[in-house]
Design a protein around this ligand. Structure first.
Ligand SMILES: Cc1cc2nc3c(=O)[nH]c(=O)nc-3n(C[C@H](O)[C@H](O)[C@H](O)COP(=O)(O)O)c2cc1C
Ligand code: SF4
Length: 415
């Protein structure tokens, strides 16, 4: 029987999120104070060796990204930190918990990251629909200014850093880092071609570090306790803990922070209270719409970035949508395809046409087709073509749920 290991969520339910005094009494800002005793390069090394990987979905090394950003364009007049608080992936609701219940923590992590890469300005790109997150974060920013954690000469360190919120308008694509930068610059939310990456040429053409809320909220405890302490949790290549947002057919849906390497069975049975009404597990969609379906054969596999990848599955943002016997895989799959069609920005033809085609054609799996097996193969092939020819990762996403659903549930989908 596993239990939660709360590092990033340790204050949740224990402090008043609107009181910086509560936060400080609970050990808040100790990571920041320690950071100011270190030189910026050592902070980056600490995070790199701690093995922290981005929690926004891609799992890229946080220390490595900081290193690229701090080393690029040394003559540039300005560097930025952008907090990705857009949380648009369906089934994901973990950043919201941090922003609503412990906003000072991710702000502290943002200040440490800014100090590490020598950025003097930061933006939190926050989902416009998350009113409570906006209010709590705004209040936390104001308290941080009042207590000298933001602004000029923070804690007499000689380091200046300003932070403000910018609101997103509910576009899934604007959660993608380069599209987010376009939106922050006041332009329409369509993607830029990669490379250059934000570390090289980000906001207003200057080096920019983009990190997810959970990633940044994990930085203060690592800096305070050190890399060896953090490495005690999780596995060699997926160190530490991860928040999983579990929903669907379980008794206790919610956010659970556990060591990396937990199994799906443990998540469902030990933490989420088991299957609802004692139903039988059928499938889970891991990582949201841009994620993968798995069946019961993966219930005992370790949920780490690399192991799931080897199995053709994804960890992504940590969303886990659980389905029970009797639930329709087609319905969930079709929802994902409809979502991509709705969120496609229309800038490139393969995705603009392809997402509409997949949504429309896949309906024939339910409504009737003379050769459903061939149709399913055709849909997978079309999503593959889209993945190869689309301009940005959104067009490369439909293949994930489609191919995995076809792998595990071909019989049901073509019945
Ligand atoms: C279509 C799309 C939507 C995305 N939405 C989000 C999001 O809502 N929140 C997020 O943190 N990352 C999102 N990402 C990932 C970001 O592009 C980026 O990888 C992340 O912010 C990097 O932070 P990290 O290294 O801390 O994970 C999205 C990516 C794509 C392709
Ligand atoms: S892949 Fe889709 S979302 Fe990305 S640029 Fe092309 S049309 Fe827009």
């Amino acid at each position: 029987m596993i239990k939660e290991t709360r590092i990033t969520l340790k204050n949740i339910g224990k402090i008043n999120p609107e009181s910086i005094e509560d936060y400080l009494e609970a050990g808040g800002c100790e990571g920041l104070k320690r950071a100011f005793t270190m030189d910026p390069v050592s902070i980056i090394d600490e995070l790199l060796e701690a093995g922290l990987r981005g929690r926004g979905g891609a799992g890229f090394s946080t220390g490595m990204k900081q290193r690229f950003t701090s080393e690029s364009c040394r003559q540039c007049p300005q560097r930025y930190v952008v907090v990705n608080a857009d949380e648009g992936e369906p089934g994901t609701f973990k950043d919201r918990l941090i922003m609503e219940q412990d906003p000072h923590l991710y702000i502290e992590g943002t200040i440490i990251a800014a100090y590490a890469i020598n950025a003097t300005k930061g933006y939190i790109y926050l989902r416009g629909e998350y009113q409570e997150s906006i209010d709590k974060t705004q209040k936390a920013i104001e308290s941080a200014y009042a207590r000298g954690f933001l602004g000029k000469n923070i804690l007499n360190s000689g380091f200046d850093f300003d932070l403000e919120i910018k609101l997103g308008a509910g576009s899934y694509l604007c959660g993608e880092e380069l599209t987010m930068l376009e939106s922050l610059e006041g332009k329409r939310g369509t993607p830029r071609i990669k490379p250059p990456f934000p570390a090289e040429k980000g906001l207003f053409g200057l080096p920019t570090l983009v990190n997810n809320v959970e990633t940044l909220a994990t930085v203060p405890p690592i800096i305070f306790h050190g890399k060896e302490w953090y490495r005690k949790f999780g596995t060699e290549r997926s160190a530490g803990t991860k928040i999983f947002a579990i929903s669907g057919q379980v008794n206790k849906p919610g956010n659970y922070e556990v060591e990396m390497g937990v199994t799906l069975r443990q998540l469902i049975n030990d933490l989420a209270g088991g299957m609802r009404e004692g139903k039988k597990f059928k499938a889970a969609l891991l990582g949201g719409a841009a994620g993968t379906f798995v069946d019961a054969s993966l219930l005992d596999d370790r949920m780490t970035y690399d192991h799931l990848k080897e199995k053709g599955a994804t960890l992504g943002s940590g969303a886990v949508i659980v389905m029970a016997e009797g639930d329709s895989v087609f319905d969930i799959l079709h929802n994902c395809l409809r979502f991509f069609r709705h969120e496609s920005c229309g800038k490139c033809v393969p995705c603009r046409v392809g997402t509409s085609l997949l949504e429309r054609e896949s309906l024939k799996l339910r409504n009737g087709h003379p050769d459903k097996k061939a149709l399913l193969q055709q849909l997978v092939k079309e999503s593959q073509i889209m993945a190869n020819t689309s301009l940005c990762p959104l067009g490369q996403s439909p293949i994930l749920p489609l191919e995995s659903a076809a792998r595990f549930f071909a019989e049901e989908l073509t019945a």
